[in-house]
Design a protein around this ligand. Structure first.
Ligand code: GAL
Length: 394
């Protein structure tokens, strides 16, 4: 009897280890909204409750955006080692805020840093990983963005593994968003530790060049993401950083291009604009279900560039489930790209599966335009894209 009991508990523990290893919190890239790109350090609980309400009333939640993440500057000090929220800006406390966010059917995210201080100089989690993880779990946190400032020479893999283990030990499923800007190639070690990892310095709302030193323009981040496609897949995503759609002086075509490419790249989609004054164009871009479906496709393959002509013109492909293919023409030039294109061109890149013919659908125009047997003339706007979904013809 004792032997049977021992055997049974051994099987159970093996099964739970296997399950633990296979636990995938983000089978598709996480989608949500984050405070940093628009509010920066100026955050408070009223604003965040308002954003939670707006995520519902604007239709963003219905479009798939579920995480509401409070970035840096919610915290001020520790008491007996326990991290404390700013008592004037978050007077009801983080737990109440999380409860409010949950009551809207959303998930709640928070920010900390693997260093002794965050990038904005607030207390970091170095040396407090387990106590912080338990605090977050008690508050009802579902997502942790974990930064890399003031790390005091720590080893990145070890630092993120420590927090990963701390979060797992709470028993609460908490997504770990690794934010060490790609400095230590997290794509090589992040799988199993975190659910996503940043690959670049902070995104800025500009297509090329930088407005301040070190910022990642949209084209620069696309270039960094380009060779990283083998590292992405269900549960482990390359993170091209939070969206700047609707911010700065990006044109309509630039916003469409930015969003399309983040979808082609299977990047997490974390909105970064102020929902209190979002305009219709921006909302239409962010809620385009056909484009989101390319990002959220369950196959989880990151798009690849298969052709570059000259300096400015690129053709991208993303394999989708059920044999569909997303095909994106990216024009980095300041003038339009006029194409006379035969879709068979993509045949050369050695897809696993090819069919005789595909129906071609323009997912921004929401229109089937013909099939791959035809030749097409179309124009890709300056700093813009043309994005198609190809479906095998029966
Ligand atoms: C940066 C991070 C940003 C933001 C900021 C907060 O390191 O990349 O996304 O979180 O810190 O201070």
């Amino acid at each position: 009897m004792k032997k049977i009991f021992l055997l049974l508990s051994l099987i159970l523990s093996i099964l739970s280890t296997i399950q633990g290893q296979e636990r995938i919190l983000c089978p598709t890239p996480p989608m949500g909204w984050n405070t940093w790109n628009c509010f920066n350090r100026n955050i408070n609980e009223e604003q965040i409750r308002e954003i939670a309400d707006l995520m519902i009333s604007t239709g963003l939640k219905d479009a798939g955006y579920t995480y509401l993440v409070v970035d840096d500057c919610w915290q001020t000090h520790r008491e007996d080692g326990v991290i404390q929220a700013d008592s004037t800006k978050f007077s009801s406390g983080i737990q109440n805020l999380a409860t409010y966010v949950h009551s809207k059917g959303l998930k709640f995210g928070i920010y900390s840093c693997a260093g002794s201080e965050t990038c904005a100089g607030r207390p970091g989690s170095q040396g407090y990983e387990y106590i912080d993880a338990v605090t977050y779990a008690n508050w009802g946190v579902d997502f942790l963005k974990y930064d890399w400032c003031n790390n005091n020479g720590a080893n990145a893999r070890e630092a993120y593994l420590t927090m990963s283990n701390a979060l797992k030990s709470t028993g609460r499923p908490i997504v770990l968003s690794i934010c060490e800007w790609g400095t230590n190639k997290p794509w090589e070690w992040g799988k199993g530790i975190g659910d996503m990892w940043r690959v670049s310095e902070d995104i800025i709302a500009t297509v090329e060049g930088t407005t301040y030193w070190g910022g990642g323009s949209i084209f620069k981040i696309i270039d960094i993401m380009t060779p990283l496609w083998p590292y992405a897949g269900p549960g482990h995503w390359n993170d091209a950083d939070m969206l700047q759609v609707g911010n700065g002086n990006l044109t309509y075509d630039e916003n469409v291009m930015h969003f399309s490419m983040w979808c082609m790249l299977s990047s997490p989609l974390m909105i970064g604009c102020d929902l209190r004054n979002i305009d219709k164009h921006t909302l239409d871009i962010l809620t385009n279900k056909e484009v989101i479906a390319i990002n959220q496709d369950k196959l989880g393959k990151q798009g690849r560039m298969f052709e570059r002509s000259g300096k400015y013109h690129e053709i991208w492909i993303k394999e989708l489930s059920d044999g569909d293919i997303a095909l994106c023409f990216l024009n980095k030039d300041e003038k339009e790209w006029i194409l006379d294109y035969h879709f068979w061109g993509f045949d050369i890149i050695g897809l696993d599966r090819t069919y005789d013919r595909y129906i071609v659908r323009d997912v921004w125009k929401h229109k089937d335009i013909g099939d791959t047997g035809d030749k097409y003339n179309f124009t890709v706007p300056a700093h813009g894209v043309a994005l198609f979904r190809l479906t095998p013809k029966q």
